[in-house]
Design a binder for this molecule. Structure first.
Ligand SMILES: C[S@@+](CC[C@H](N)C(=O)[O-])C[C@H]1O[C@@H](n2cnc3c(N)ncnc32)[C@H](O)[C@@H]1O
Length: 288
């Protein structure tokens, strides 16, 4: 379907149909829902407000329509919506994101919810390995003000996004640049939390949003995807305090191997946790 003239104003429902008609042929599943989200995000309006305008016969402003049509063309090239809007919602806050940084995923909220539940009344040092835009470090720092959070990131492209988000959302987080093993603070640590790279190097993701826009350094970690998690297990065993824990996110089929890796390093009670849709996506283990 052809886009209308850039500056033609449109009613919300008509614009939804127009945008979905551009997105669907590019392979975007649920193009109608994506169209609604894109229009809401780019116009800065809630879906409720847009629907109300529709009911009252009010069209979307010409300038908003122009920006929505430009965004639609980018999304049709499978650029992630979060890169187009420049923000990603996570927990109860919004992170600034864009090219060079891993797009935050809703499943990582499970990791933060687990960690903050365990750390509710804790003090001590918590590290976030591979902090990216700051999802985990900022989520923990905001929910657990008594712990000191250290965010470790080695990508020069992700680093500015991390610094910006920490400055705006959780300025007490200590950010450190470089390979995380060289940057780990003196132990003993209360917790090690990580959404590390965990995709096997041969398992190239199918979705263009992931394959073409998430940084390779954020995705791949050796032949079985577990290189980084093996390094994490060794440091956890050496640096966690006696009641400390390590928690990592992973694919649905890596839980068993990670439990074996954690137990093999000397950690206790290695356990895999499933998300709300019953997919095993987190593994945790304790020092004692
Ligand atoms: C899957 S992303 C997760 C980002 C963020 N924690 C999130 O949940 O959105 C993994 C992150 O680890 C970083 N990373 C990869 N290897 C690293 C290393 N050796 N030291 C520090 N960070 C590393 C990548 O640059 C990337 O930002």
């Amino acid at each position: 379907m052809m886009l209308h003239h850039d500056s033609d104003p449109a009613m919300f429902r008509d614009l939804c149909r127009e945008v979905a008609g551009v997105l669907a042929p590019s392979g975007i599943v649920n193009a109608e829902r994506e169209a609604e989200l894109l229009i809401a995000a780019v116009s800065g309006r809630s879906l409720g407000d847009l629907q109300l305008d529709q009911l009252l016969g009010r069209s979307i402003a010409a300038d908003d329509c122009r920006r929505i049509r430009l965004a639609t063309a980018r999304r049709a090239r499978r650029e992630p919506l979060q890169h187009i809007t420049g923000t990603a919602p996570f927990m109860d806050f919004e992170l600034a994101v864009g090219p060079g940084v891993f797009v935050p995923r809703p499943e990582t909220e499970l990791l933060v919810a687990f960690a903050t539940g365990e750390l509710a009344d804790a003090t001590g040092t918590v590290i976030d390995i591979g902090a990216g835009s700051g999802t985990v470090a900022i989520g923990i720092a905001r929910a657990c003000p008594n712990v000191e959070v250290v965010a470790l990131e080695a990508s020069p492209l992700a680093w500015p996004w991390l610094r910006r988000n920490v400055r705006e959302l959780a300025p007490n987080v200590d950010t450190r640049f470089g390979d995380w093993v060289q940057q780990v603070p003196e132990g003993p640590l209360a917790a090690i939390c990580s959404n590390p790279p965990y995709v096997p190097s041969t398992a190239i993701p199918q979705d263009p949003e992931v394959r073409c826009f998430d940084p390779e350094m954020a995705l791949y970690s050796g032949a079985d995807g577990l290189d980084e998690i093996r390094r994490i297990a060794a440091v956890a065993a050496a640096q966690l305090r006696s009641d400390g824990f390590v928690v990592v996110e992973h694919t649905e089929d890596q839980g068993e191997a990670i439990r074996a890796c954690f137990s093999g390093a000397g950690l206790k009670r290695a356990t895999t946790i499933s998300d709300l849709t019953d997919r095993p996506r987190l593994t945790v283990a304790w020092q004692g």
